[in-house]
Design a protein around this ligand. Structure first.
Ligand code: ATP
Length: 276
């Protein structure tokens, strides 16, 4: 059982190995065995969020590296909620958030990674992708939007692209927010029942819900094929929002601490100045 305070243990519990076709079941969406107790999860998440803010300041002062957080998951899985829960303490100047919706005509006139590469975070920043290049092997696979041979090549192209980024100072954290079909049903019903949430309801989401099993199969393949030593997937149990945020906050904080950003040394001697 993972220890809440030891981020490496927690990380090992959710990290997907290359080639691992992880079952996407109701149990893995709940994740009791990953993080059993709610006890102090919420205050710890807040503490971690505050620490992430301080670490991002150092990353900015270093100006050498960036952190890219990729969020994938079915509708209502909590991609926006994760941004709110984990990065709420990181100032807007430190985070670059990019949602990826249906590609525009201009985007479709380029290779699928073109729009993605353009939004990779600047050095010193945390970039968050709400959906990502992985839609190009998820919705595109489930809805047969490109020929099978082209789709097949994309997994290797993604791995090569991510290797290129990591070799150029971008650390990549990929989180698959896994909810059960039952939990999605509840969240969609909630949206319909509350007039303040109607704007969040998209009738098109029901079409994807009908293809649930196809999506789960596509997610499994995606994680097996694109969990690499340089950029593994993390399968995050997301039926409980507190558990989702607690795990992600710990891993983001632990990763930034391990990166240990060091503010640049100034090109002058700070002791040589006297301010009157
Ligand atoms: P969300 O559901 O992410 O909260 P939303 O419902 O407001 O967002 P958008 O953000 O405008 O919708 O777009 C999300 C939709 O775009 C999803 O249905 C997703 O499958 C689709 N999409 C994203 N990338 C691609 C892609 N490369 N090809 C086809 N469809 C894509």
């Amino acid at each position: 059982m993972a220890n809440h305070t030891d981020w490496r243990q927690l990380d090992a519990a959710v990290r997907v190995s290359p080639g691992d076709l992880r079952a996407l079941s109701d149990e893995t969406a709940l994740g009791k065995e990953v993080l059993p107790s709610k006890d102090d999860a919420e205050p710890r998440t807040e503490e971690d969020a505050a620490a992430i803010n301080g670490l991002q300041d150092r990353l900015y002062a270093e100006q050498r590296r960036a952190l890219l957080v990729v969020l994938q998951g079915m509708d209502t899985s909590g991609k926006d909620g994760t941004v709110r829960g984990v990065f709420n303490a990181t100032g807007p100047m430190g985070v670059e958030l990019t949602p990826f919706g249906k590609p525009s005509d201009e985007e479709l006139a380029h290779d699928f990674l073109w729009r993605i590469h353009a939004r990779v975070p600047h050095r010193g920043m945390i970039g968050i992708f709400n959906r990502s290049h992985y839609e190009d092997v998820l919705v595109v696979k489930v809805r047969n939007l490109v020929p099978a041979a082209e789709l097949e090549r994309r997994y290797d192209q993604i791995n090569a692209f991510e290797k290129h980024l990591t070799e150029n100072g971008v650390t990549i954290l990929k989180f698959m927010l896994h909810i059960s079909r039952k939990e999605q049903g509840e969240r969609l019903r909630e949206r319909l029942a509350d007039p303040d949430k109607h704007w969040k309801f998209n009738p098109g989401d029901l079409d994807d819900r009908k293809l649930w099993d196809d999506y789960m199969a596509a997610y499994q393949t995606m994680m097996a094929r694109c969990s690499t030593p340089h950029a593994p997937w993390r399968l995050i149990p997301s039926d409980k929002k507190w558990r989702r945020d607690a795990i992600i906050a710990r891993i983001v904080r632990g990763t930034l601490e391990a990166m240990n950003p060091q503010p640049r040394k100034p090109g002058f001697d700070p002791h040589s100045f006297v301010i009157d």
